[in-house]
Write a protein that binds this ligand. Sequence first.
Ligand code: FAD
Length: 382
Amino acid sequence: MAERIVIVGAGQAGLAAAAKLRQEKFEGAITLLGAEGVLPYQRPPLSKAYLLGKLEAERLSLRTSDFYQQQQIDIRPNLPALSIDRTAKTVATRDECLRYDHLILATGSRPIRLPARMTDGVDGIFYLRSKADADSLRPFLRNGVRILVVGGGYVGLEVAAASRQVGAAVTVVEMAPRILNRVAAEPTASYFRNLHRSQGVEIREGIGLTGLKAHGAAVLAALEDGSSLSIDAVVVGIGVQPDTALAREAGLEADGGIVVDGFGRTSDPSIWAAGDCATFLHDGEMTRLESVPHAIDQAEHVSRNILGAAISYRPRPWFWSDQYATKLQIAGLNRGYDRTTVTPGATEGSMTVSYLDGDRLLAVDCLNDARSFMQAKRRLGL
Ligand SMILES: Cc1cc2nc3c(=O)[nH]c(=O)nc-3n(C[C@H](O)[C@H](O)[C@H](O)COP(=O)(O)OP(=O)(O)OC[C@H]3O[C@@H](n4cnc5c(N)ncnc54)[C@H](O)[C@@H]3O)c2cc1C
């Protein structure tokens, strides 16, 4: 049995891996390295309740410090891994070199940033990945302030909803032909477009941002159609990229994520990866999922395999998004569908969008319809 396991990334997956190792009675040393200086916390509220000031910072934490002590998990929230020496089986940090028998990479992902030529010399540009990001954005969001949200994906739309709820004037620009272009079908996009417009958000689709310029205390945003907007702050939500730097520098296979096999193992048999940073073969396609349930499942799966379970990973994809009073719950993966159907739910404003390949159900988007979501999960075997 392994004696010493080092986990890089004190986030959702890193914590789940550590906790599972102990739950499965692993008695060796576990070190959990973090880069944010805080104990592992939940990210979803950062663009929802926490951004609205409806959730206290302490309630973001996934576990209190007692848990790490009781479980003998040596957590170092402010000790980033700097490099991996695969021959010596060590991880270098600024303080010391840590030896491992198994190493788990749970480094997550980072927001894609606007090119520097677009943002140089401009203040008031925000990204939203970490608690620190949310803490800097929160004071900006208040009545009357003008916010431009760049990107109509889930994070962008949640920020738009939160900003609107505190009385900000909000414009969303989406470069793709429509919002949620990458992740949902038109009926779901249409639901959210109508919802946001009914709340007073301006949504402009098929228009990219071309530049930002400081203009006194304000920011001037130039758009592809030649128009410009004067705003107070810009929130950029144009997607994330997996954090593969450490893995690549160590010579591990990485291609749109750290490549892992069905067991969660990288191209080095002593190194494993899970969560946002990992990509794996699923239904014949390399797949990378960005969700809390997947981060937990895959990390727990890795821990069990390190301890000898030898089980191949089968994801059970599901996800949620909260915007105003609407709850969206997604089950399954909607790729490869040839049609969608829309079924109204029992209450006003509830509906389910089903993604089908022939008669086979691939995925659903359930809007304010928890019952339909539970049924679909069962049908999809999730
Ligand atoms: C604003 C927001 C809203 C979201 N909403 C939802 C939602 O509603 N539902 C849902 O399912 N998912 C949601 N997600 C996605 C979800 O939070 C992620 O999929 C999940 O956190 C991934 O877990 P992870 O452990 O892979 O990565 P993370 O939780 O990001 O953890 C990775 C950690 O590794 C650390 N790290 C990186 N490199 C190093 C290093 N070299 N040394 C040490 N530490 C390192 C990072 O600092 C980070 O703390 C949301 C994400 C965001 C940002």
